[in-house]
Design a protein around this ligand. Structure first.
Ligand code: HEC
Length: 558
């Protein structure tokens, strides 16, 4: 019912929004909260009782939590509602925004809710966005505190080559091509954020025979990227907390010998790069959400000897994709920094906040000489240099709200000066319907990426396997963490994948499920891979911000 109503409104609102945009293209930046007019800000709750957040809680849980999460912390490119940006919005502005929605960016219009309920949910959003808010009353708290469901998820199988969690299994080879893509809106845009539950007893990640999975470290806080230092220490970004952690060594029972905080107080740190490259680095470069900084580092350091040195500012306005990865070219002369878009599909022509976003930016290692290295890459979360070819590769999150099986996420080598489509085109010459008729001259320029993944996989960090432990055919292959979907009716991703390069350094388009099992038969989720690195001993270390742990995958041959 709710979905039908939404569909009916989709076209009407798309028109209304489009008309609004042509008249005042810059309004989103100039006016109040998300472009709200002054008249909206002036509007107060019609009845005093509507300002009581309790009434709005249930509406929130039924209508909003599927995307924004029970705890309103957001997921993927669904923003958290617990931010200063939302906190500072006036109730009337929130009411205006919720009523209008932002369909192009995946936020429904809520005219399907009676006005009073919209005001009530506004009061709940105001409450939950406050610094100390907790869910009110007896309602379930955050998803992580609720038990796993025992009911089996039941929905028709997806049309091949598309898949979902029920069909993911280690060793299964997949290939998605542009010929497989459905039309936009072939299915409706889903709101299906991970429902996190504790890992049930006896449940463990699955890998092929011969491989073994152990839980290397537990009790982390939101572990994201992981990178191996030249001396073998594993550096992990705890992004929300602002920390860079070091995990060193391995005990007889498979745990780290030491755990230390290398640096703290950083601004959403993500990318980690050692510089100069080779055996004796002098610095660690960190991609904060709004800057690149570097800290002095020599082999064996467990704590930074001084604070961060500012290297370069990065575009960031506190909205949209926050991760920034940092890599150096093989010759060490250039630093490549990925900066994801601020939105799902806002047009950079009319949205100044998208300037230099959805790009890979190039700098000199001292932060000077910024230029755009490649563009139209919506969100290259994980960057890596292919040691065989010296090319930059990206693991990319594509756009949402076009249906279950659009747009494929991807892994690709990146051509200097290359255009990867966002936001006007996708997968080569497919025009995004939300930008119909725009930039015809870019149609032929839009590059089709090397490896199309299942849409909404949320592909994050990638690594080229340079260890000696795995069988020889894995040498030089890519491993990538797939954090898992929110914008798909049946979950997909939530796994580690392998992209076989067959010793060539180039991808043929195929990829393979490598480590699966983070989703239960009910569809509840207990783990979400984020980072992956080749450890010194040739095992893989995989961070997981669902179970807040690090997994170690080794090859035993048994
Ligand atoms: C289908 C998924 C979905 C549902 C359901 C949903 N939202 Fe959203 N919401 C989004 C997305 C995606 C955005 C970001 C839009 C953008 O990038 O401009 C968003 C943005 C917002 C924002 C603006 C946040 C900011 O930082 O600017 C608010 C407020 C909001 N939603 C409130 C709600 C409320 C209240 C409900 C329930 C009545 C709700 N949303 C239901 C997907 C959803």
């Amino acid at each position: 019912m709710k979905r039908d109503a939404l569909n009916a409104q989709r076209s009407i609102f798309a028109l209304a929004v489009a008309a609004f945009a042509t008249v005042t293209p810059l309004s989103a930046q100039d006016a109040g909260f998300n472009g709200a007019p002054a008249s909206a800000a002036a509007q107060a709750y019609p009845h005093a009782a509507d300002a009581d957040p309790k009434a709005g809680q249930e509406i929130y849980q039924q209508r909003c939590a599927a995307c924004h999460g029970m705890d309103a912390k957001g997921a993927g490119n669904v923003p958290a509602l617990t931010t200063p940006h939302v906190q500072s919005a006036k109730p009337g502005e929130l009411f205006w925004y919720i009523t209008k929605g932002d369909l192009a960016n995946g936020m429904p219009s809520w005219t399907s809710l009676p006005e009073q309920q919209r005001w009530q949910v506004v009061s709940y959003v105001k409450y939950i966005s406050g610094p100390n808010a907790k869910p009110l009353g007896a309602a379930p708290a955050s998803g992580s505190e609720t038990a796993a469901s025992t009911a089996k998820f039941n929905a028709p199988a997806p049309p091949p080559p598309f898949t979902d969690f029920r069909y993911e299994e280690p060793g299964k080879v997949r290939k998605v091509t542009v010929a497989d893509l459905p039309k936009p809106y072939a299915t409706e845009s889903a709101g299906n954020t991970a429902h996190l539950v504790p890992r049930p007893d006896g449940v463990w990640p699955k890998v092929l025979p011969g491989f073994k999975v152990e839980q290397y470290a537990t009790g982390l806080e939101n572990p994201r990227i992981i990178r191996t230092a030249p001396n073998g220490d594993a550096f992990v970004a705890e992004t929300e907390k602002g920390d860079i952690m070091i995990f060193r060594g391995i005990t007889a029972d498979g745990k780290p010998e030491t755990t230390s905080v290398f640096a703290s107080g950083l601004n959403k740190p993500f990318g980690i790069a050692f510089y100069p490259q080779g055996p004796n680095p002098q610095w660690i470069y960190i991609g904060n959400t709004d800057s690149v900084v570097r800290l002095p580092y020599k082999n064996g350091d467990l704590k930074a000897s001084s604070g961060p040195e500012h290297i370069a500012d990065l575009p960031s306005n506190g909205r949209g994709h926050t991760t920034r990865d940092v890599r150096f070219t093989l010759d060490g002369k250039k630093m490549l920094v990925s900066v994801g878009s601020g939105s799902n599909v806002d047009d950079p022509d009319t949205t100044p906040a998208e300037k230099n976003r959805a790009d890979v930016l190039e700098f000199n290692p001292d932060g000077s000489g910024m230029k755009v290295y490649a563009y139209g890459i919506r969100n290259c979360v994980g960057e890596e240099i292919n040691p065989k070819t010296g090319e930059l590769w990206c693991s990319v999150n594509e756009r949402d709200a076009l249906g279950d099986n659009l747009v494929p996420d991807y892994i690709t080598h990146v051509q200097p000066g290359g255009f990867y489509g966002w936001p006007w085109w996708y997968m080569g010459d497919h025009q995004d319907p939300r930008h119909a008729g725009k930039h015809p001259e870019l149609k032929e320029k839009a590059i089709v990426p090397d490896v199309l993944l299942n849409p909404h996989n949320a592909s994050l960090e990638m690594t080229f396997y340079n260890g000696k432990q795995f069988p020889a055919e894995y040498s030089g292959d890519i491993f990538a963490s797939e954090h898992g979907s929110w914008n798909r009716s049946a979950r997909v991703g939530y796994e580690l994948i392998r992209v076989p390069l067959h010793g060539t350094g180039h991808a043929s388009g195929e990829y393979e499920d490598f480590m699966t099992g983070f989703v239960l038969p009910s569809g509840d989720v207990w783990g979400r891979p984020v980072g992956v690195t080749t450890a010194k001993d040739g095992s893989l270390l995989v961070t997981d911000d669902g179970s807040n742990s690090i997994w170690r995958v080794s090859y035993t041959g048994k």
